[in-house]
Design a protein around this ligand. Structure first.
Ligand code: CTP
Ligand code: MG
Length: 384
């Protein structure tokens, strides 16, 4: 099924104000327009992309704002009203297209699922839009005074992309060209007598209209862009005559972990998870065991150093989760002080540190009690 997406980006953004139309403003490193185009460019069911831009915007400037895409993007000059812009784009929709989607460039956080749901419903019913339920009670007002309370169950808030079979959209646009006015294509299709179905929208799919929306969008994009995850793993042999140190805690044990430092597998795995999440290499690069400085070093101190390094890169730890694998002794009575130790080194609350013990059921070297291993995962976020 051939699906053509039209991105409406020819407005002037008067409610937001400012020198540039809002869809050209940066949201977390890319223009709103570039984000909206990328969402459709990345979607496997979209065949063609048409972007409608202000007629005053030069072709090279439009290309720069749209950014790099996998598909070829056709750029069309818009009109005075949104419906005029969409009508201009519709003239370029290929004859073999079955479903046309129209999306506001000012909704940069549209998800692939919302696009898919809209395509499916438009193909099945002829016309469909995503919408969300009204959370607030809805009132009709006249000169600042409520004249009616509208039952909330009868209200939904329309989003985009709005999807239509080609013939249905053609009728809607014809109604618009013959004088009807509407702020979305569904409005014109309703006027043309077509039934427009509603699919589930998403509250994240906001239309950026005001300065407040823009600030929230920038915070959202910044936080999402800066989320990082990393994994770490470590294993040490267990030998007689060594202490068993886990997360800085000495666990009474017949055998201890062999190694250059205190051979604390928990600290080593967590350190690697942090360094990995921040793409800062690994523990061996920063604390090489050939360096006498780290001989018998306390691994909790190395972890503290690693936490400082990721802090210097602008990251903070959201949470850490660790699995320790050893046959004996049982570590459950030491989990709490271990969590407190790791949390202290990272400068976070123990509630964000999880440590779990497991045996290897007698299987392989760990199962025979010859070694101890640990896996860790760490989530980081950028500091705002
Ligand atoms: N749009 C368009 N052509 C127009 C008017 C609007 O392509 N003549 C697009 C906008 O660029 C936006 C989408 O339609 O992506 C939704 O419109 P809206 O949020 O109202 O944007 P603006 O019209 O630009 O903003 P305002 O109403 O505040 O001027
Ligand atoms: Mg408008």
């Amino acid at each position: 099924m051939r699906v053509t997406a039209i991105i409406a980006a020819a407005g002037s953004g008067t409610r937001l104000g400012g020198a540039l139309p809002k869809q050209l403003l940066d949201v977390g490193g890319r223009s709103m327009l570039a984000r909206s185009v990328a969402a459709f460019d990345a979607h496997p069911r979209i065949s063609d992309l048409i972007v409608v831009v202000p007629p005053t915007l030069a072709a090279e400037a439009a290309a720069a704002h749209i950014g790099r895409t996998r598909r070829r993007v056709e750029v069309v000059a818009g009109g005075a009203r949104r419906q005029d812009s969409v009508a201009n784009a519709f003239d370029r929709v290929p004859a073999s297209t079955e479903v046309v989607l129209i999306h506001d460039a000012a909704r940069p956080f549209v998800s692939a699922d919302t696009i898919s749901r809209t395509i499916d419903a438009a193909a099945a019913h002829g016309a469909a839009i995503p919408a969300i339920e009204a959370r607030d009670t809805v009132k009709r007002v006249d000169e600042g005074v409520i004249v009616e309370t509208i039952p909330r169950e009868t209200i939904v808030l329309a989003q985009t992309p709005q999807g239509f079979r080609r013939d249905v959209l053609e009728r809607a646009i014809a109604v618009g060209r013959s004088g009807a006015e509407a702020t979305d294509e569904a409005g014109l299709a309703e006027r043309a007598g077509d039934r427009v179905h509603v699919v589930r929208g998403e509250s994240a799919n906001v239309k950026i209209t005001t300065e407040e929306d823009l600030d929230a969008a920038r915070r959202h994009a910044g936080a999402a862009a800066a989320t990082r995850v990393g994994t770490g793993y470590d294993l040490h042999r267990l030998v007689d005559g060594r202490r068993l140190v886990l997360a800085g805690v000495v666990v009474p044990s017949r055998r201890g972990a062999q190694g250059h430092s205190d051979a604390d597998v928990v600290c080593h795995a967590v350190t690697d998870a942090l360094l990995g999440a921040a793409t800062l290499g690994d523990i061996g690069r920063h604390f090489p065991d050939t360096d006498p400085r780290w001989k018998d070093a306390s691994s909790i101190a190395l972890l503290r150093d690693a936490a400082a390094m990721i802090g210097a890169e602008g990251f903070a730890v959201v949470n850490v989760d660790v699995t320790v694998i050893l046959e004996s002794p049982k570590i459950k009575d030491y989990i709490e002080p271990m969590r407190v130790g790791i949390a202290g080194a990272l400068g976070i609350e123990p509630a964000r540190v999880s440590i779990k013990g497991k045996t290897n059921e007698g299987v392989d070297a760990v199962g025979r009690g010859e070694a101890i291993a640990a896996h860790a995962v760490a989530l980081l976020r950028g500091r705002s």
